[in-house]
Design a protein around this ligand. Structure first.
Ligand SMILES: Cc1cc2nc3c(=O)[nH]c(=O)nc-3n(C[C@H](O)[C@H](O)[C@H](O)COP(=O)(O)OP(=O)(O)OC[C@H]3O[C@@H](n4cnc5c(N)ncnc54)[C@H](O)[C@@H]3O)c2cc1C
Ligand code: FES
Ligand code: FES
Length: 460
């Protein structure tokens, strides 16, 4: 193992000794005169700071992952490799992603261009079905060119292949992160036991997974904790097993991986994930982090409530499982003790379960919810409702189920009358707050309307 912490950028190794571990990658790049990566918002919202992180899955597949460098603290990057926009062209020979932007006039002032290029670059080497679709660039904002030429650049790229070029070859031989020392205050354990022992030794240290929540604070210089225990190298947290009776999702599985590897298993998850932030955030964000933040508008939390998830925790006292219905106690307060780690989330697979989710936000993509809802329903042989879950985010201090309305529906047939009875009850089931995103009245109305919308897909 090399002692000094290092980071490899565009094939060149940088010594990280003495680097502030809480500094964002974006800010640190500036200190290295790598000015191509731009800062727009420093919040993960604009994509101007996109870089491509080399990533190796447990099954040995390597990929370039577009990520927001403003959200990544340097402490998480020891031993890793990435590409910035400076690393794409070979002399005068532009990379196809750059050439497509030139050919299609995809750049005016150019400020957003490196970010778009890096998202398109990562898409070129991905075999995901939507690799170069609009969703690849939904996390990149442009204020002056307009999106039509940029979308044309993505289409041009879709028609050509980068297979076998130097970047594809680099991916093919990429063997994973280099081993080196941690930066001070950022510990990177390899196992759950090691992580728990570190937490015992440093109770003030905070778990950090994808850093898409914590990274916003760090990016703005707001220190949350004395130290950080990074969870991204723990193999157990990366497990994802689809079994006949259940699905087990490691807390550290990224949302992009969930989109890809769980596609078709739970419609409610399939429907929510594309509206969760944008690709750069979904490449880093984890399910454990969404539960760890326990925001009342955490988008996956109503889905977990609707699907009767259970949360697998490990702490100094051992392992335990908490049903999701008992997990959220109050505003951002959960049944998890501070020294417990979320190891996995279990989702039972119930035959004949109809499930769906819906999200309403001010902007269609890359925006935080006003209200998100997830519904699950199973019918008895006579067509009456045998099982129902109506779960919401954005209507209370915690994600919540409308338990009284669920009871009202049990045993009834899901006809127009039942839908209207339930919708009327849902209208007054919660006491949401007014805030800058929406009024309480609007949120209450959405609770009812989203159920109507779901029911319309079920009731003939
Ligand atoms: C631009 C942007 C857009 C976003 N859009 C959305 C959105 O549409 N919907 C949405 O719900 N959220 C959104 N978020 C919030 C964020 O992406 C999610 O909450 C995400 O799931 C956090 O995961 P993470 O791995 O990055 O968590 P981190 O930032 O690493 O951690 C978040 C919290 O969880 C704790 N934690 C992490 N892992 C564990 C674990 N295994 N056990 C115990 N505690 C743990 C950490 O200590 C921390 O308190 C957005 C964030 C950004 C920056
Ligand atoms: S600077 Fe806007 S996403 Fe990073
Ligand atoms: S080209 Fe000016 S912001 Fe996009």
């Amino acid at each position: 193992m090399s002692d000094a912490p290092f980071l490899t950028i565009n094939g060149r190794r940088f010594d990280l000794t003495g680097v502030d571990p809480q500094l964002s990658l974006l800010r640190w790049l500036k200190t290295q005169r790598l000015h191509g990566t731009k800062e727009g918002c420093a919040d993960g919202d604009c994509g101007a700071c996109t870089v491509a992180l080399l990533h190796r899955d447990q099954d040995g597949t390597s990929s370039y992952q577009a990520v927001n460098s403003c959200l990544l603290p340097m402490g998480m990057l020891a031993g890793r490799s990435l590409l910035t926009v400076e690393g794409l062209a070979k002399g005068d020979q532009l990379h196809p992603a750059q050439q497509a932007m030139v050919d299609c006039a995809g750049s005016q002032c150019g400020y957003c261009t490196p970010g778009f290029v890096m998202s398109l670059f990562a898409g070129c080497y991905s075999d995901a079905a939507d690799a170069l679709a609009d969703s690849a660039i939904a996390g990149n904002l442009c204020r002056c060119t307009g999106y039509a030429p940029i979308r044309r650049a993505a289409q041009q790229l879709r028609r050509q292949s980068c297979a076998g070029d130097a970047f594809a070859q680099r991916l093919a031989v990429y063997s994973g992160d280099g081993e080196c020392a941690d930066l001070p205050g950022f510990h990177r354990p390899r196992s759950v036991d090691e992580a728990l022992a570190r937490k015992q030794a440093e109770p003030e240290a905070c778990w950090i997974a994808g850093a898409t929540d914590l990274g916003v604070d760090l990016s703005h210089g707001r220190k949350r904790a004395g130290g950080y225990i990074c969870l991204d190298r723990i193999a157990k947290l990366q497990q994802l097993s689809i079994e006949p009776q259940r699905v087990l999702i490691g807390a550290g599985v990224s949302l992009s991986r969930l989109e890809r590897e769980l596609a078709g298993v739970f419609p409610a998850l399939d429907q929510m994930l594309p509206w969760f932030a944008a690709r750069q955030v979904r490449n880093q964000a984890t399910l454990g982090g969404n539960l760890g933040s326990a925001s009342p508008i955490g988008d996956l939390l109503p889905v977990l409530l609707a699907l009767d998830a259970s949360v697998h925790l490990r702490g100094p006292e051992g392992a335990r499982e908490v049903a999701i219905s008992r997990y959220f106690l109050d505003y951002r307060w959960t049944a998890r003790a501070a020294d417990e780690l979320i190891v996995a989330v279990e989702l039972p697979r119930r035959e004949g379960l109809i499930n769906a989710s819906l999200k309403v936000a001010k902007r269609q993509t890359d925006d935080i919810s006003i209200v998100a809802a997830a519904f699950a329903l199973a019918l008895a042989a006579d067509g009456s409702i045998a099982h129902v879950r109506l779960a919401y985010g954005g209507v209370a201090a915690t994600p919540q189920r409308a338990l009284a309305v669920e009871s009202l529906l049990i045993g009834r047939h899901l006809d127009i009358d039942s839908v209207e009875v339930a919708a009327a009850a849902l209208h007054s089931a919660f006491a949401p707050i007014d805030d800058h995103r929406a009024s309480a009245a609007y949120r209450s109305g959405l609770a009812a309307d989203l159920f109507r919308q779901f029911a319309a897909t079920v009731v003939p």
